[in-house]
Design a protein around this ligand. Structure first.
Ligand SMILES: NC(=O)c1ccc[n+]([C@@H]2O[C@H](COP(=O)([O-])OP(=O)(O)OC[C@H]3O[C@@H](n4cnc5c(N)ncnc54)[C@H](OP(=O)(O)O)[C@@H]3O)[C@@H](O)[C@H]2O)c1
Length: 178
């Protein structure tokens, strides 16, 4: 079984980064015990990540060690190659989404974490997302990088799970109804 999943945090108004591309609003909810809100369990059940170039660059800019223990495939038409220091951890891919998925699936990676706003939107446009796990933070950013955009037609999902964390954050798990 192949599965393409999204695990992403949004503002109440549906942005995944603020107007400056910032993510500091994710740290505004007090989290003294570092509750990971299901992230480690989710990461356990995926085989690889497929992210947009902009998300990759954001992660490369974080302080600290490379955060992933699974292969990361980076979608880009512009990046000539994966920068030094990330080779062997991240791999450049491009072409149609179905051909990119076939290449990654052929390597035995069947459960994929799809990450990045434009990237998730392009997967949704082609109806290639099976699961959405959306963690909503109680803030209106008023603009920024949107999670969703227009689609050619409706897509129905069913609620498969729901949780709340830290008395502030809600998390919904939706599965594509086909
Ligand atoms: N809140 C969260 O949980 C969360 C999670 C992830 C990311 N973010 C934030 O979201 C922002 C990045 O998201 P984003 O929407 O700006 O961009 P993105 O999806 O990360 O990256 C977009 C880029 O990916 C490449 N790409 C996407 N689809 C492609 C396709 N079908 N074929 C070829 N290349 C494709 C293109 O790169 P080229 O231009 O190189 O061709 C495109 O410019 C960052 O600020 C990041 O911090 C937040």
């Amino acid at each position: 079984m192949k599965k393409n999943s999204v695990f992403i945090a949004t503002s109440l108004d549906g942005f995944i980064a603020d107007k400056n591309g910032g993510l500091d609003w994710l740290q505004e909810v007090p989290n003294p015990e570092n509750n990971d809100m299901g992230y480690a369990d989710f990461m356990q059940r995926i085989d690889a990540l497929l992210m947009g170039r902009k998300t990759f660059e954001t992660i490369c800019g974080f302080d600290g060690p490379w955060p992933y223990h699974k292969p990361v495939f980076v979608l880009s038409n512009r990046l000539p190659e994966i920068p030094k220091g990330y080779k062997g951890k991240a791999f450049l891919v491009n072409g149609s989404l179905t051909s990119v998925l076939s290449q990654i699936n052929a390597l035995g990676h069947n459960n994929l974490y799809i990450d990045g706003g434009i990237t998730v939107q392009s997967f949704l446009k082609e109806d290639l997302i099976d699961e959405l796990i959306i963690t909503t933070f109680p803030i209106l950013l008023g603009g920024g990088t949107p999670l969703f955009s227009e689609l050619p037609e409706r897509r129905n999902f069913e609620l498969a799970g729901f949780a709340s964390f830290l008395n502030a954050v809600t998390q919904s798990q939706y599965l594509r109804k086909r």
